[in-house]
Design a protein around this ligand. Structure first.
Ligand code: NDP
Length: 280
């Protein structure tokens, strides 16, 4: 029987654990606060920002919302980040991506104090992950490690294949699996014989950004399949990078879309905020 990895239930459990931790921190006089900056009015970003505010409210984290107009300049945004870096009561700073084209995303990410970089995108956070030092980890891959661990799936010694090498998913995912003692291969658009490589995987993480690309021809019987993709199909229904109906019957465990990896991202953001507060 295929195990359906329930990201909704696991993320709810993490949020409840964090809620209890925040409550006890409050008792010790520590209040955690996340500043969320959104530039422009991209509707998808507005939904993500709204969900982050809701999660903060549920857990008991204060959230400060900065909704800046589309025409905000790079200098104005950097000035706001500098102010938030200096504000003792702000523990985490999150700039919702993507930013408008006239703003240099890399420079904005670099401007965030690494101690407040709850998205884990700052080069210092990424470097720390790479050399095994403490630092914030990108939320989606960190959430996937939690999904695996809390579903009783062993990573050490397993053949792990990650499809995708983006800075926010693929690369940190590979580093985290390595940290958990997996044997890791990263595939990308220039990879030759992709099916041959993915068929070796005991744990296959798919972050390719192509709806339903991964069919059972790519998957070893009994593998664990983690689907990071989120797309809307022709009927406006959500689907992933994996052809779930085709793949689920042959694997030992799989994440559905929706309800798999998606809910974990916000849970891990909340985790990083609490960590930022306790590190202080
Ligand atoms: P990117 O588009 O940044 O990266 C896609 C990666 O897949 C690239 O490394 C690319 O290779 C590789 N790739 C593309 N086509 C192929 C192919 N035919 N064969 C092998 N590799 C290929 O995407 P992200 O990493 O940002 O996101 C991946 C997916 O995850 C998307 O569907 C996104 O919506 C979703 N997502 C979901 C999140 C969640 O919370 N659940 C959070 C973040 C993303 P190359 O580097 O060579 O171009």
């Amino acid at each position: 029987m295929t195990q359906i990895i329930d990201g909704k239930a696991i993320s709810a459990a993490i949020k409840d654990e964090l809620k209890a931790e925040v409550e006890s921190l409050k008792g010790e006089g520590t209040q955690i606060c996340l500043a969320v900056i959104q530039v422009g009015n991209d509707p998808a970003s507005a939904v993500y920002v709204g969900n982050k505010k809701k999660a903060c409210a549920y857990i008991g984290i204060d959230s400060l919302a900065y909704e800046l107009p589309e025409e905000t300049t790079q200098e104005e945004l950097l000035k706001l980040i500098a102010e938030l870096n200096d504000k003792g009561e702000v523990n985490g700073i999150l700039v919702q991506l993507p930013l408008p084209d006239h703003i240099d995303e890399d420079e904005v990410i670099r401007a965030i104090d690494p101690k407040k970089d709850v998205d884990g995108f700052h080069p210092q956070s990424v470097g720390a992950l790479c050399i095994g030092q403490p630092g914030f980890v990108s939320c989606t891959p960190a959430g996937i490690i939690q999904l695996l661990k809390r579903s009783g799936i062993e990573i050490a010694g397993k053949e792990c294949v990650v499809i995708g090498r983006s800075n926010i998913v693929g690369k940190p995912m590979a580093l985290l699996l390595l940290r958990e003692n997996g044997t890791v291969t990263v595939a990308h658009s220039k990879t030759k014989n992709l099916q041959e490589i993915t068929k070796r995987a005991d744990i296959l993480v798919v972050a390719v950004g192509r709806p339903k690309m991964i069919t059972r021809e790519y998957v070893k019987e009994g593998a664990v399949v983690i689907d990071v993709g989120i797309h809307r199909n022709e009927n406006n229904k959500l689907c992933g990078d994996v052809d779930y109906d085709d793949v689920a019957p042959i694997c030992s465990a799989i994440t559905p879309v929706p309800g798999g990896v998606g809910p974990m991202t916000i849970a891990m953001l909340m985790h990083n905020c609490v960590e930022a507060g306790t590190r202080r």
